[in-house]
Design a protein around this ligand. Structure first.
Ligand code: 6AU
Length: 258
């Protein structure tokens, strides 16, 4: 079992600048909530981010679902990150050879590496995917999360795959800052454990997504950060919902500390 030390104590142990910043602001803002703003119009995304920004440590995007993506969207998003003090995580799930992901990360119309503090990658291709991303991300002080486990039914990320993913992370600590996972899989305090598939009410959706509660994730599964999408963005009042998830997540962290 993982020894529990506070987010801010951990920030001091961490050498990666993004991890330090994230853990520090989590304690300052008293939140371990990431909102996944999976909306398809740039203006809707920006308006939602401005509403929930005060309650989150991180905003997660899927920019390839935005119909009218532009550099203006990027400017607005990065301005809001300063205004509300949060980290930007583009959920790109890179999964190709190093040479390809390098171009996907730096170029195209999204130029993800220019604005996203964090992105993520599957380890299916082996460590080459990290070598490619790193060439672009290291000089910009970016961080990467490895997908070690998934929330969807029947996924293949388990057992040896998860263990090998931890090894790839350990070999690339200058760039890999943690995991997308369902529960804590490493004892290293420098690695973040970030968990999607979180809702307070439903247990699943119609396409294989499985949900657990914020309390289960933080207290029982010993994760650090919860990711909530539809539980907040499709709620009748996203601000009320964001506050409820923030409170549920942070009180579970306080309970784990006590
Ligand atoms: O809360 P939801 O179900 O509306 O949204 C969950 C978000 C989505 C997924 O693309 C993402 O989390 N996700 C991921 C990530 C973050 O990599 C991995 C996973 O195993 N399950 C999952 O739902 O934007």
């Amino acid at each position: 079992p993982r020894k529990i030390i506070s987010y801010s104590e951990r920030a001091r142990l961490c050498s990666h600048p993004v991890t330090r910043k994230l853990l520090t602001l989590m304690e300052e803002k008293r939140t371990n909530l990431t909102v996944s703003v999976d909306l398809t119009a740039a203006a809707e995304v920006i308006s939602m981010v401005d509403k929930v920004g005060p309650y989150v440590c991180m905003i997660k995007t899927h920019v390839d679902i935005i119909e009218d993506f532009s550099q203006d969207f990027v400017r607005k998003l990065t301005d809001l990150a300063v205004k509300h003090n949060f980290i930007i995580f583009e959920d790109r799930k890179f999964a190709d050879i190093g040479n390809t992901v390098m171009q996907q990360y730096s170029g195209g119309m999204y130029r993800i590496a220019d604005w996203a503090n964090i992105t993520n990658a599957h380890t299916l291709p082996g460590s080459g995917v990290i070598q490619g991303l790193k060439q672009i991300g290291l000089p910009k002080e970016r961080g990467c999360l490895l997908i070690a486990e998934m929330s969807s039914s029947g996924n293949l990320c388990s057992g040896d795959y998860t263990k090998e993913t931890v090894k790839i992370a350990e070999g690339n600590k200058d760039f890999v800052i943690g995991f997308i996972c369902q529960s804590a899989i490493s004892d290293d305090p420098e690695f973040l454990h970030i968990t999607p598939g979180v809702q307070l009410s439903s247990r699943k959706d119609q396409m294989g997504q499985n949900y657990v509660t914020p309390r289960e994730v933080i207290l029982n599964h010993k994760s650090d950060v919860i990711i909530v999408g539809r539980g907040i963005i499709k709620a009748e009042d996203p601000v009320v919902a964001a506050k409820a998830y923030m409170e549920a997540g942070y009180s579970a962290y306080m309970e784990r500390m006590s």
